[in-house]
Design a protein around this ligand. Structure first.
Ligand SMILES: [Zn+2]
Length: 475
C-alpha cells in the first residue's frame, strides 16, 4: 500500500446515505483505492505514507461538471449586467483580446483555485481543448473530462443586435468537429483524460451538423455535452430561425436528438413538461447555480430535475459569471437558491448538495464506475478537510453526525489540506507538491491588467450598464 489516511471521519458517498465511517481509514495502492474501513482493521505498517486524518474529514474528490477555465483571467469583468448584455457587451470586448496563451494562464488559475477547494475532476468545455490538457490538466495531474466546443458562429458578436439571426459558417463547424474527433483519438488511452462531444448550443449550430455529431457520438459511445435552453439570447435565436411557437427542447425532440447521451447544461429556460420529457428520454443535466443567478437572476432547475427522477450535477461555468471555481461555494449556492425559490428550508439538503458534486457528477459524465465515491477498486481521488477551524467547530457524532451540514453550509474551501488525484498527492498539508502557485498568481494578475486595458475602448463603445456603474463611481 502506498498511502493510508487513518483515524479520519470518512465520508465515502457510497450507498444510499453519505456512507460515513467514524475512525475510518482509506488505503491507496497505485492509482486505486484498496482499503476502506475502520482504522483498527487496517495494517498501517503496510503503508509507505501515512496521513494522520484525526480532526479531518476525508471525502471523494469533488467533480465540477461544467467549467470553462480559460476565461478565468476575466474574473470580475462582467458582473451585475442584464443577461442580454452579458456576453456580447460585457465580456466580449475583453474576451476578444484573450490569446491562446492567456486561456492557458487563466486555466491554470482556475484549476489551482479548484484543487485548493477540493475539486479533482474538471469537466472542461473549450475550443482547442488539447492546449489546456497538455499545458494545464496533465502537468497539474488532475482528472479532466474534455469537451471540444463545436459551433458555426463567429465568436465576435459585439456588433450584432440580439435580434439579428446568426449567420452559420459550416466550414468553421466542420473544422471544430474534426478537432473534436482528433481529441478522442489522441486521448483514448490516457488515464486522466476522457472526452465528450460539445455542440455548443442549438442557436449556434445547424441541425445537419448536429445530426452528424450525434452519429459519431453513437459510434464512439460518447455523451453529448450541450448548453440547452440557457435564456433569452438563445430563445430569440431559436424563435427567429425555427418559428415563433417553438423552443430548443421541441426542436431537439422533433429531430430525435434527445436520448441518454445528452448532458443538458443549464435548462433554466425550459418548462417543467420539457424537463419531464428530457428525463423520460434518459438525458442528464448540469446546473450552474452561482453562474446562472449572477448572469440571469435565475435559479437553475437542478432540484426539480432530481424530483422528477432525473440525474443532475453542478458546475461553476466561467469565472466572470459566478466569480469562482470553488465547489464548496457552488454546493452552498445550489442549496440556498433552491430553498429560497421554493420557500422551503428542507429543499436540496446538505447531503443532496454533496451528492451533486460527487456521485451525481460521476454519473452525468459517465464515470460512475471510476470516481464519485470512496470504494475499493475505484480511482484514488481523495481530499481531506481540516475540521479544526473556527467556522467548522463543533463536530459531533452523537446523536447524529453534524459534519455534513457543517461542510456544506460553513466551509470556505481553503480548509481542504490534502488532495490526492489518481493516487498522486497534488496538495500536501496545504502546499502544492508540483505546481508553482505564486508565479502563476503573479503572472495571471499582470497579464489580466493588460487585457482589460486593451479591451477598454470597445468596452466603452459597447456601452453596457457597467459603463454607467463606472461613471457613477460604483466600480
Ligand atoms: Zn458553459
Amino acid at each position: 500500500m502506498d498511502i493510508a489516511i487513518v483515524d479520519t471521519c470518512l465520508i465515502t458517498m457510497s450507498g444510499k446515505g453519505v456512507g460515513l465511517i467514524n475512525d475510518g481509514a482509506i488505503g491507496i495502492t497505485g492509482d486505486r483505492i484498496t482499503f476502506i474501513g475502520k482504522t483498527k482493521e487496517l495494517n498501517q505498517r503496510e503503508a509507505d505514507i501515512i496521513i494522520d486524518g484525526s480532526y479531518h474529514a476525508t471525502l471523494p474528490g469533488l467533480i465540477n461538471s461544467h467549467i470553462h477555465t480559460g476565461e478565468t483571467l476575466l474574473r470580475g469583468g462582467a458582473q451585475d449586467l442584464p443577461e442580454i448584455e452579458w456576453m456580447n457587451k460585457g465580456l466580449g470586448p475583453f474576451a476578444k483580446h484573450l490569446t491562446s496563451d492567456d486561456k492557458i494562464l487563466g486555466s491554470k488559475l482556475g484549476v489551482l483555485e479548484g484543487i485548493r477547494s477540493g475539486t479533482t475532476t474538471f469537466s472542461e468545455y473549450t475550443r482547442h481543448a488539447t492546449h489546456l490538457i497538455k499545458e494545464v490538466f496533465l502537468p497539474f495531474n488532475v482528472r479532466v473530462v474534455a469537451t471540444e466546443t463545436i459551433n458555426e458562429v463567429s465568436s465576435d458578436r459585439s456588433l450584432f443586435k440580439p435580434t439579428d439571426i446568426y449567420v452559420f459558417n459550416r466550414d468553421q463547424g466542420d473544422s471544430d468537429f474534426k478537432r473534436a474527433s482528433q481529441l478522442f483519438e489522441e486521448y483514448k488511452d490516457v488515464d486522466l483524460v476522457s472526452t465528450l462531444y460539445g455542440p455548443q448550443a442549438l442557436d449556434m449550430i445547424s441541425l445537419d451538423l448536429l445530426q452528424e455529431i450525434k452519429q459519431q457520438a453513437e459510434e464512439r459511445n460518447s455523451k453529448i455535452h450541450m448548453h440547452i435552453a440557457q435564456g433569452q439570447r438563445e430563445r430569440i435565436q431559436i424563435k427567429g430561425r425555427y418559428g415563433a411557437d417553438t423552443t430548443t427542447v421541441k426542436v431537439l425532440e422533433n429531430h430525435k436528438m434527445l436520448d441518454n447521451r445528452v448532458i443538458a447544461v443549464h435548462l433554466h429556460d425550459s418548462s417543467p413538461e420539457e424537463r419531464s420529457l428530457l428525463v423520460k428520454r434518459g438525458a442528464s443535466m448540469v446546473g450552474c447555480p452561482s453562474s446562472i443567478s449572477l448572469i440571469d437572476g435565475i435559479v437553475p432547475p437542478v432540484s426539480h430535475y432530481i424530483e422528477i427522477g432525473g440525474v443532475a450535477a453542478i458546475g461553476t461555468d466561467q469565472a466572470p459569471g459566478p466569480g469562482h471555481h470553488n465547489m464548496f461555494r457552488e454546493m452552498r449556492a445550489a442549496s440556498f437558491s433552491t430553498k429560497i425559490i421554493q420557500k422551503n428550508p428542507t429543499a436540496l439538503p446538505a447531503w443532496q448538495a454533496l451528492k451533486l458534486a460527487t456521485m451525481n457528477g460521476a454519473s452525468v459524465l459517465g464515470l460512475e464506475q471510476e470516481i464519485g465515491s470512496l470504494e475499493v477498486g475505484k480511482k484514488a481521488d481523495v481530499i481531506t478537510i481540516d475540521l479544526n477551524n473556527a467556522n467548522l467547530i463543533p463536530i459531533v457524532s452523537k446523536p447524529f453526525n453534524n459534519v455534513i451540514p457543517n461542510l456544506i453550509y460553513s466551509m470556505n474551501g481553503n480548509e481542504v489540506d490534502n488532495v490526492i488525484i489518481d493516487g498522486k498527492i497534488v496538495l500536501k498539508d496545504n502546499k502544492f507538491t508540483n505546481i508553482e502557485e505564486n508565479s502563476i498568481l503573479k503572472e495571471a494578475n499582470n497579464r489580466a491588467k493588460v487585457i482589460f486595458e486593451e479591451g477598454t475602448e470597445d468596452w466603452v463603445k459597447a456601452d453596457s450598464k457597467m459603463v454607467s456603474y463606472r461613471k457613477n463611481g460604483f466600480i
